[in-house]
Design a protein around this ligand. Structure first.
Ligand code: FPP
Length: 255
């Protein structure tokens, strides 16, 4: 079986794509991994084959993000709305974290990658949570790339739960309404201690955010590609980062 980080070991075999360099590498890149199903349909294959090949693209994106020195890579693997899909497909998607980590966790540990999960674990199957918890526990002291899986994640729910917690603090008198700040909301979200995404990538040709990190992406640079997620790799990540480096971020001010 080919290991996830094989290409880290075989550096000489890499295709010659120039890596963006300089100080202006985005700290946090978030990706909406879309188009697995359409990729499979294009090839006359079942949708789950698309998802399995999507897992291979997760590997390529992780390697490339590490190579560029990106600090956080957040991947939208399953949304709070994805439960509407047929049970077989949901079951398959829920098996992927376990499959991915069974093959690759040791290598992730060696490469100093810290695995995290962002989402609501309660509705996830036990085997999915167990695989994620093991990876999180075993990589918690790693100081390299943070590989953050958004699993059963939805921005509306995240914000609603944060607001409810703040409302409870107001109700019990520990804070007043006028004490509520943007920072309090930001730090009460599931991203907690992480910086906001500098760059948001979406594959699959759709131009929308689909309930993904709506608060955190207020000033993210957006990069879209018509390529389907299973077609995504080092070259596309580098192209997105190179484009990011050409942009001027003004945050509502003047350059
Ligand atoms: C959306 O594309 C993709 C998903 C809902 C699943 C994404 C999951 C992966 C890429 C694999 C995750 C791997 C790990 C290790 C967690 P779609 O299938 O809805 O595409 P379509 O719009 O073409 O139907």
């Amino acid at each position: 079986m080919i290991k996830l980080f094989e290409s880290w070991r075989k550096k000489g075999s890499r295709p010659a794509i120039e890596a963006p360099s300089g100080d202006n590498i985005p700290k946090h890149v978030a990706i909406i991994m879309d188009g697995n199903g359409r990729w499979a349909r294009k090839l006359g294959l079942p949708r789950i084959v698309g998802h399995r090949n999507g897992m291979k693209a997760v590997k390529r994106a992780t390697i490339a993000a590490d190579e560029l020195g990106i600090s956080v890579l957040t991947l939208y693997a399953f949304s709070t709305e994805n439960w509407k899909r047929p049970k077989d497909e949901v079951d398959f998607l829920m098996s992927l974290p376990q499959e991915f980590l069974a093959i690759e966790l040791e290598e992730l540990i060696q490469k100093n990658v810290q695995v995290r999960m962002m989402g609501h674990p309660n509705e996830l199957p036990d085997h999915t949570v167990a695989a994620m918890e093991e990876a999180i526990e075993r990589t918690k002291n790693n100081t390299g790339l943070i590989l953050n899986f958004a699993l059963n994640y939805g921005s509306h729910r995240e914000i609603t739960e944060c607001v409810k917690e703040i409302a409870v603090r107001v109700q019990n008198g520990s804070i007043k309404p006028e004490d509520i700040t943007q920072d309090m909301i930001g730090s009460g979200l599931l991203t907690g201690d992480l910086p906001d995404p500098d760059l948001l990538i979406r594959t699959g040709g759709e131009l929308r955010l689909s309930n993904f990190m709506l608060w955190q992406t207020a000033y993210s640079e957006l990069w879209f590609t018509d390529l389907y997620w299973p077609e995504f790799g080092r070259e596309q990540l580098f192209a997105a980062v190179a484009e990011y480096q050409r942009r001027t971020r003004r945050y509502g001010g003047l350059s």
